[in-house]
Design a binder for this molecule. Sequence first.
Ligand SMILES: *Cc1c(COP(=O)(O)O)cnc(C)c1O
Length: 364
Amino acid sequence: MSRPVPKPGILDIAPYVPGKSGAGVHGRVFKLSANEAALGPSPKAVEAFSRTASGLEIYPDGSARLLREAIGRAFDIDPANVVCGVGSGELLHTIANIYLGPGDEAIHTTHGFLLYPIATMSNGATNVIAPEKNFTADADAILAAVTPRTKIVWLANPNNPTGTYMTAAEVRRLRKNLPPQVLLVLDAAYADFCSNADYEAGIELVKETDNTVMARTFSKIHGLAAVRLGFIFGPSHLIDVVNRVRDPFNSNGPAMQAAIASLADTAHYKAAQAHNEKWRTWLTDEVSKLGLIVTPSAANFILIHFPTTPGKTAADADAFLTQRGLILRAVAAYKLPQALRLSVGTEEANRLVVEALREFMRAA
Ligand SMILES: *Cc1c(COP(=O)(O)O)cnc(C)c1O
């Protein structure tokens, strides 16, 4: 029998598995598996979104001009060098579609975000994995993985699911030593949560070079994951090509209104940062006190490492917590079979997780 056949490489892709929404046996469920905003979106964003319910028959502005201008003001960047899209995920795929084909290579690190191998393989290109040091991307290992076929380096900074980051100096050293024809993609989905002085999201590097692009999202600190909106900031030649190949209406009207209102609500943004800082530190300390190893995080989640002792493994903990309606993220697909990723939640959720983990560690 004959039927349509996907291009080579496509069927090698392991489907992306989103964080579980889960069902607790006791009714209430705390979803701490997808790094969603603990405080939710800005009320002003919700209001702006609601107002768009009239006018749904009208196509949105395909150039996303008002949103790009708001982004330009918020980040001090030229709106002409911004493209918005259906989450940053869509834009990363578009970049892969433009630059990768069979025979090309794209580098990501051992525990790098899973969208990267998917985007690479969708285009028949080859994944090259650069080892990490201490769960952190390593500039020298990435440079050592470069070949004449390398077209893209994917770098989430801070990275998901490890929460670690490469310092601004190291990212700059990486860029400086990469061949000029290699595109460095800085995925800064969690940049808003990292206040460390030695960190940069990549804005300056994009301005200074011709081969670096930064991706951002409204899904995390802005709490707008449901409306699917992200953007890239890049050099003009890249922006020009992305604008040729993207769907002409890849940012929907209600999402853009919500995002514009969210960018204007700096009080909510700062509250979300402060909440995260406070509870990320608290969770790291409390979980460490239980005898578990936590990788220091610069994002809105922490990575908890469990022992291999039967009864105390990550899989055991996952089952124990899930039964109590506490949904964490198993990260075996990220080559971390003995760890769980915990998103920073509300105060109540955070306290419940630590309480449940204490019980889990005590249980025989
Ligand atoms: C959540 C996340 C994104 C953003 O995805 P959207 O498509 O914008 O929702 C991008 N990169 C990383 C590493 C992420 O964890």
